[in-house]
Design a protein around this ligand. Structure first.
Ligand SMILES: Cc1ncc(COP(=O)(O)O)c(C=O)c1O
Length: 383
């Protein structure tokens, strides 16, 4: 029985998020016969030539879209989601007896990463960059104070480029590198799970980037890791589980064990779609700014009925969050959205409110539809 595609709802989910329909249709066919190989993608050996071609294609497309400055960087496909990277990063990069690392905390996910490194017994320091006052107003610490809080001998500085839960995004992917005034050899590690491939990345400013796929670039099950290979020249870490060891992943070209073949395949299709749809990451950026601005304009013009206190330059293009001032109205808004075919707008359970995620596959028309719904809702509230 073929699915009723016209009955698809408008999906503003924060992850797994919406994927482009053309990709889903192609993936549907690939379940039976991928790339005319005579075998479905779920049945194909991960050591076969056709799968190797699929994986290399996905990797090369990511490289060419970002523009790799040299062959010092590698793209890995790993498992365990973003959360396993919270463990893998300190376990690969830090020695417990002598090293420390700084975590710049801007919201839920950078805090989770910090907590995991600490739980594992590493010497990590939290730099609280975002503060919330008693009346809920957010303020972002001055960069000179961030710099002062950073330990000059930290092995790496960790940050989350886009905080999915809190709706906070750095103004550009290398904002800290460009503005903190630290030495150019400083090791920066960035979680780009929820804004990967939505704007340009100047890779020469990074040592490690990771992105769990299910937000902007594919299905759950694969995490893209981009690493500078010379980070790992030091002595081998025998205690590190093989599946967490970046050197094992590099040496085995991400197929030390059976990789998530379907997720890698679909991720490759999404990257191909981004190339065809937008051409460059600059265009994706312009598109996502336009989409999110529609919603922010409505919030700012709502006479305080919709509230987002994030300083403008740190407002996320990917996850627009808001509180509705009138008590009980959030549920009414969610209901109205549902009646109009719009789903997954409820804020994360830890912060409540409304969250509208505008990943790459969400169209301008869909963003406009939510904006119109908000405008109507506001008009009804004030009448
Ligand atoms: C920014 C960010 N980092 C990490 C994670 C954790 O990813 P996973 O659920 O794949 O472990 C998420 C999940 O929502 C996220 O949004």
């Amino acid at each position: 029985m073929s699915p009723d595609v016209s009955a698809r709802l408008i999906n503003f989910g924060a992850g797994p998020g919406k994927l482009p329909e053309v990709v889903l249709v192609e993936a549907q066919g690939a379940l039976l016969n991928v790339n005319n190989s005579g075998v479905g993608i779920l049945e194909m050996s991960h050591r076969s030539a056709p799968f190797d071609a699929i994986q290399q294609d996905a990797k090369n497309r990511i490289k060419s879209l970002i523009g790799f400055p040299d062959d010092k960087f590698e793209v890995l496909f790993m498992q365990g989601g973003g959360t396993l990277q919270f463990s893998a990063i300190p376990m690969n990069l830090l020695r417990k007896d002598s090293d420390s690392a700084d975590y710049i905390i801007t919201g839920n996910w950078s805090r989770q990463a910090f907590k995991e490194a600490k739980r594992l017994g590493y010497n990590v320091n939290a730099v609280e960059m975002v503060r919330r006052s008693d009346d809920g107003i957010l303020s972002v610490m001055d960069l000179k104070d961030v710099k002062a809080a950073i330990c000059p001998t930290a092995r790496y500085i960790y940050y989350c480029d886009n905080e999915t839960v809190d709706g906070i995004e750095f103004p550009s992917s290398s904002f800290l590198q460009d503005n903190l005034g630290l030495h150019s050899s400083t090791v920066f590690v960035s979680d780009m799970s929820s804004n990967f491939l939505s704007r340009p990345i100047n890779l020469s400013k990074f040592s490690l980037i990771f992105a769990t796929a299910q937000k902007n670039i594919g299905p759950a099950g694969v995490t893209v890791v981009i690493i500078r290979k010379d980070l790992f020249v030091e002595s081998p870490k025998e205690e590190l589980p093989l599946m967490l060891d970046y050197r094992v992943a590099v040496k085995n070209d991400s197929v030390y064990n059976t990789p998530p073949v379907f997720s890698i395949y679909v991720t490759g299709l999404v990257v191909k779609w981004i190339e065809a749809q937008f051409g460059t990451l600059e265009s994706v950026d312009a598109f996502s700014k336009q989409k999110s601005n529609l919603i922010y304009q409505t919030i700012d013009g709502s006479n305080g009925l919709l509230v987002n206190t994030i300083p403008t330059i740190f407002r996320s293009r990917m996850n627009v969050i808001m509180q509705v001032k009138e008590s009980g109205s959030e549920e009414a808004l969610l209901q109205e959205a549902k009646q109009n075919g719009m789903i997954q707008l409820k804020g994360h359970r830890s912060v409540g409110g409304i969250r509208c995620s505008l990943y790459n596959a969400v169209t301008m028309e869909e963003a406009r539809a939510f904006q119109s719904l908000l405008e109507k809702f506001l008009a009804d509230l004030s009448s």
